[in-house]
Design a protein around this ligand. Sequence first.
Ligand code: EPU
Length: 338
Amino acid sequence: MQVHENYSLQKYNTFGINVFAKYFSIFSSADELKELINEKASATKKILGGGSNILFTKDFNGFILKNEIPGIDLINENEEFVFIRAGAGVTWHSFVTFCVNNNFGGVENLSLIPGKVGASPMQNIGAYGVEIKDVFYELEAFHLKDKSIEKFTAQDCHFGYRDSVFKNKYKDQFAILSVTYRLKKNPDFNISYGAIGEELQKMKVEKLSIKAISDAVVSIRTSKLPDPTLIGNAGSFFKNPVVGKEKLDLLKEVLKDGKFPFYKNEEESYKIPAGWLIEQCGWKGYRKGDAGCYNKQALVLVNYGNATGKEIYNLSEEIKISVREKFDIELEREVNIL
Ligand code: EPU
């Protein structure tokens, strides 16, 4: 494994920000990681997956270790389920495609999400009514300091909305090596998210199938979300804020006709689409230099070419301020800022 010095990370983050890492290397197995971790002893180590949920605002003065552990294996099965273990470096959508092609149900709604398998539990990826916690079985992770391999069950991961123990208590302490998912042999389809039903109708699908749902999701995503290989972005930049009943009623009152989108969570809490709040503040389609707010989905900030991470970050700060001023709601970034 070669260790590069002063290495450009432009290819390794979907925002396409051109920053440099002091040291950079790639590992394809736990043993390779074990070896690398002993090098450049004093350098701060950071594990990188697909770089699809990160905004680099400056050069990284440490050692970036890119996880490319491969492999998709059926490790167990029973009447109802198959247990598939995927290497953390597998591209998420290749794993979804494997499941769709084999008619294993559970991840079809999560088609085309950028990034790698290893990031899926880290931020409990979710879309169109499904989250990774619904199909997660267990994972193996390498403790960067103790150099031990540990197993985590779903309970150990403390999954929340775009959240897990790896974003909080164990932030930057583990490298995820592999994730095992529990998928259904006889899938029950989840088309609770309105847009999927509409898309299936448009596609004139008569018989529901995993493949049809996956195709519908791919079609929705490609029509709304920018392809990171063409326009730099990291998907939703902010989380959808969750408010209580009182705040919701207040908003209804202030907005006169009370018409705005929200979803009820458990326990009298409500999720309001951040994209809607941002659009209401006039940012949708905004562009300053090469930093912008995407014209088809205001929750996505984009790099049209040569924006710096700082420019994107500053735009996100301006957006936060205007949402705070107009709605008294604090947006929280979903993307990791480095
Ligand atoms: N909306 C607007 N204007 C916009 C964007 C959205 O008014 O510019 C409103 C509309 O009312 C729309 C609603 O927001 O009906 C919801 O929009 P959308 O279906 O696009 O979903 P979202 O809440 O903006 C979330 C996830 C996405 C995921 C979609 C679909 C978060 C932070 N984002 O977005 O995840 O694909 O739902 O399930 O929860 C990601 O995390 O990177 C991501 C793309």
